[in-house]
Design a protein around this ligand. Sequence first.
Ligand SMILES: [Zn+2]
Length: 118
Amino acid sequence: MNENLPPCPTCSGVYTYEMGALLVCPECGHEWQAGGEAAAEAEGGAKVIKDAVGNVLADGDTVTVVKTLKVKGSPSGIKAGTKVRNIRLVDGVDGHDIDCKVDGFGAMQLKSSVVKKV
Ligand SMILES: [Zn+2]
């Protein structure tokens, strides 16, 4: 038995085994797809973060800001079209899920909904 296999999502049985692409629980007979949503939930739910147009973002991506953002202490803010390199996805507060460094502004967090992947 492979110790890395997730427990049964139906009865929490731990004797899960693989049968082709499926995982099977011998206790209740439940069969399910390995690596499916049940597995993602078991790992705490890997969150997919998407940009303004639905591209999936990843650590290290370069994005552009799609609309001018107000920044405290800056009269102009971050202008639309500003390129932001090497973003880092975070579980930020208030929907700010991108940690990054903006030229001229320094480190800050942005919302994925205001950027577009380059
Ligand atoms: Zn089961």
